[in-house]
Design a protein around this ligand. Structure first.
Ligand code: AMP
Ligand code: MG
Length: 542
């Protein structure tokens, strides 16, 4: 092990050649092809005319591996046998850096809660390297690995609590079929981190942790917004072309045509991602434009949450309690708004508003029709007619009359048989009600009416009950990472018991399977979790 470039003022060491992980194929396109910040000092500042700054992770005092995803380790080209090696721990805690790699933080800007925020950048994320495996490129990024020129007033660190949430949720989302960044490893840093969880003047020390996350790239809408806002149009052009060449090679044609096709692709993949969020009941919580990936993958798991009782107005993020901008039901509109910001950022290259507006306008129209199809599939209806709009609207309304667990309701709906009576059908979903005493009078009436229409409609479908249950169970997960589940894993991990992190990790690998041994996780949120911090209330403090 030899010491790295001293001018970078870091305590990092470069791993010796002849090391393990020799199968990793390092290929740093981003830093090789795009303009770097010539200033190597790791000081908070405005970083202009560049896309990234070289910066090494801070050396953790006593790193310890909590968990690693074998699948992701394999995906990027590391042998599973190496997970428990010293090298693995050292690299993914930031203690050492890989040979032939120069870690860097990316410069980007963004709109936060609807307002222009100027330069943001990777304040606590450090890209270790890009690797190539099986003709795919992956960026390996540490989150919580120390300060960068973009850290503003913060410490560049992450706490165990939020790291467990990110680590577990990204993998859970992947296995649900939702486009997402992946999690490679979860490591304790051995350092203490000061956080004021509720922003109420009660800071406390928490355990620090580092997640290594993996994505094709970490390019965000805000990466382009930054260049346009600063009128760095040469860099904008170069960066858009870089992105198209490496990540959208199918795009061909005149430059302008290419930029428009690029925007269309980002709109399409973003729409697909949001559709999945609405399908599984995921609320991102901080859909700022700096948290929107150009790959249409879910990125930056902060104060996210899962719908328990179906409520389109729900947001897990306490910082957003007032306006509820990022509430469940508003996610498609926010995605469109964010795309509008991306369109503005690309405009100087296109100089024509109409084609961009056309893509933006069709976003919601296409979303609505795809949403209908998706919702019907959750109901086991695989053909669609005009009349189905009423079934969907009707159900969305009744689900809110009394607290009804979204995941349990849809999962149990598949148990209904075509020749069930209304009463028999209703009994099969009763477990989803949080307050069964409320299901009487008008509410019960509404349910009975809805089920009468639904049963009739089911009978017009060609699929048999057996065929339908199989298909429904592929779109309605049995297990999701409920907020209280993550919190239980966090509470145990805080006491150095990581068994629940592993149990949830394993459970959520097969969210659509019955897994009878895990049946206890097919349960409504317990009462204690209703108002507990971390379960129903989350802040951006992480
Ligand atoms: P987020 O809301 O987590 O997406 O973060 C918004 C911006 O704040 C990004 O530029 C982050 O890099 C930065 N940031 C968040 N937490 C920290 C931290 N603890 N230290 C430094 N920068 C941070
Ligand atoms: Mg972010």
């Amino acid at each position: 092990i030899r010491q790295s470039n001293k001018s970078r003022k870091s305590e990092c060491y470069v791993m010796d050649k002849g090391n393990k992980m020799k199968n990793l194929r390092i290929n740093n396109r981003f830093t090789a092809e795009l303009p770097a910040d010539p200033d190597l000092t790791n000081e908070v500042r405005q970083v202009k005319n560049t896309l990234f700054s070289y910066v090494n992770p801070v050396k953790p005092s006593n790193p310890k591996l909590i968990h690693a995803s074998e699948e992701v380790v394999d995906l990027v080209g590391i042998s599973k046998d190496e997970i428990h090696s010293e090298e693995f721990l050292n690299i993914f805690s930031g203690k050492e850096i890989l040979p032939e790699s120069k870690p860097y933080a990316m410069c980007y800007a963004g709109h936060q809660f609807g307002n222009w925020a100027g330069q943001l950048g990777d304040g606590r994320a450090i890209n270790l390297t890009e690797v190539e495996n099986n003709n795919q490129f992956y960026t390996l990024q540490l989150k919580g690995a120390g300060k960068t020129p973009y850290s503003r007033t913060a410490d560049g660190l992450a706490v165990l609590r939020s790291s467990i949430r990110e680590y577990l949720c990204a993998e859970a989302m992947y296995h649900l079929g939702v486009p997402t960044t992946r999690s490679l490893s979860l490591v304790l840093s051995g350092d203490q981190v000061l956080r004021d969880v509720l922003y109420n003047g009660n800071p406390a020390y928490e355990k620090g942790a580092i997640v290594c996350r993996v994505a094709p790239s970490f390019i965000r809408f805000g990466s382009f917004e930054m260049l346009t806002a600063r009128n760095e149009l040469k860099n904008l052009k170069q960066f858009v072309e870089y992105t198209i060449q490496h990540y959208f090679p199918e795009i061909k044609g005149e430059p302008k045509e290419q930029y428009l096709q690029f925007f269309q692709k980002v709109a399409d993949t973003t729409r697909e991602m949001i559709l999945h969020w609405q399908r599984v009941g995921f609320v991102h919580g901080v859909m700022n434009t700096d948290n929107m990936s150009v790959h249409g993958i879910t990125i930056d798991y902060g104060p996210y949450g899962w719908l328990e009782n179906y409520d389109p107005d729900w947001t897990p993020n306490t910082t957003d309690r007032q306006n509820r901008r990022y509430r469940f039901g508003n996610q498609p509109q926010v995605a469109q708004w964010n795309l509008f910001q991306l369109a503005n950022a690309l405009y100087p290259l296109i100089n024509e508003a109409a084609p961009l507006e056309k893509i933006l306008d069709s976003f919601i129209i296409e979303f609505d029709s795809e949403y209908k199809e998706m919702f019907l599939s959750k109901l086991g209806l695989f053909t669609s007619s005009e009349a189905d709009d009423k079934i969907i609207k009707g159900l969305e309304e009744i689900l809110q009359l009394s607290e009804t667990d979204m995941t349990i309701f849809f999962r149990n709906l598949s148990k209904i048989k075509k020749d069930d009576s209304v009463e028999q059908a209703f009994e099969k979903v009763e477990y989803a009600f949080y307050i069964p005493e409320e299901i009487k009078g008008n509410v019960l009436d509404a349910w009975q009416k809805w089920f009468a229409v639904y049963l009739k409609r089911l009978n017009s479908e060609l699929l048999s009950d057996e065929e339908r249950i199989l298909k429904m169970n592929q779109v309605n997960p049995k297990y999701v990472l409920r907020n209280y589940m993550a919190q239980l894993a966090i509470d145990a991990a805080d006491k150095e018991d990581y068994s629940l992190v592993d149990e949830l990790f394993q459970l959520l690998k097969n969210p659509y399977d019955e897994q009878p041994e895990f049946e206890k996780w097919f349960a409504k949120r317990p009462d204690w979790a209703r108002t507990k911090v971390g379960c129903s209330m989350l802040s951006c403090s992480s």
